[in-house]
Design a protein around this ligand. Structure first.
Ligand code: FES
Length: 276
């Protein structure tokens, strides 16, 4: 068996999230593969454009929604530029799922705080919908999401949906200067907005994903709010290529992000060489 062989998936919908981020909705060409494909929130896949190469993104849709898979990508290099040019009906390759996942079982019965910045909302969105689809198994849910500007916020329809839900507290923010005249959310960097919102740390787990600088400055805020290091969960995306622990591109010290991660607790990160 060739472990690098991708399966074929068809693009069934494309959303232009921001000027440089797109979301693809994908369906397996072989229905039986689609039905048997199972993954957990925050696992990732390798997506290939034939003749161009592969790139790594998380699966951005929830495992509770089986009809299709979604991935969101920032247009930043050769493969993502090739992906950008594809249309509905085109076929790409997909292999996976790979990596570990968010500890959903451990999160049950607890308050959950989701904190994300920019396209870092993609893996968090996956676990948000996973949790919302099992809403009665969790206590209070808070979502804090920020982007550089209003135009850079991703999944805008879903942000409105979360805001309209009485069972979820959703706080949106943009960096100073990134607001427009219609903006009704917060203005400020994510760590400052988290500090101001001051979510209760008692019986609470936090999921954090975003640019390294955002994560770096959010950790001390979480400690100040009284969170345990083991209850702060984040994800890394280190130059992954093979996704299988073979190419040696993703390692930090002895840790392979693709196999041992990409999900790590803050406690685990502190024991690794500094990534931020
Ligand atoms: S991506 Fe190849 S070893 Fe991790």
């Amino acid at each position: 068996m060739n472990i690098y062989k991708p399966e074929l998936v068809k693009i069934v919908d494309i959303v232009l999230e921001t000027p440089d981020i797109k979301t693809f909705k994908l369906k397996f060409k072989d229905d039986s593969l689609g039905k048997n494909f199972s993954f957990r929130a925050r696992q990732f896949a390798e997506y290939s454009v034939f003749g161009e190469g592969e790139c790594t993104f998380c699966i951005a849709s929830s495992p509770t929604r089986q009809e299709f898979l979604e991935c969101s990508f920032k247009i930043a290099g050769k493969v993502t530029n090739a992906l950008k040019k594809l249309n509905v009906g085109d076929t790409i390759g997909l292999r996976g799922p790979y990596g570990n996942y968010f500890p959903l079982e451990e999160m049950k019965g607890k308050n959950i705080v989701f904190i994300a910045g920019g396209i870092g909302l993609a893996p968090v969105r996956c676990i948000i919908w996973n949790v919302l689809d099992l809403r009665d198994q969790f206590k209070d849910i808070t979502i804090i999401y920020g982007a550089r500007t209003v135009a850079d916020l991703v999944y805008k329809n879903e942000l409105d949906e979360w805001k309209s839900m009485s069972s979820v507290k959703t706080i949106l923010t943009v960096d100073p200067g990134g607001e427009n005249p219609d903006w009704k959310g917060e203005i400020g960097f994510v760590p400052a907005v988290v500090e101001k919102a001051a979510p209760n740390s008692e019986n609470t787990m936090a999921i954090i994903c975003g640019p390294p600088v955002m994560i770096k400055y959010t950790f001390p805020v979480m400690m100040k709010l009284g969170f345990n290091e083991e209850d702060i969960i984040t994800t890394l995306e280190n130059r992954m290529k093979c996704g299988l622990g073979k190419c040696g591109r993703c390692n930090i010290g002895n840790v392979y992000v693709c196999k041992d991660g990409p999900v790590f607790t803050y406690k685990q990160l502190k024991e690794m060489p500094d990534e931020f």
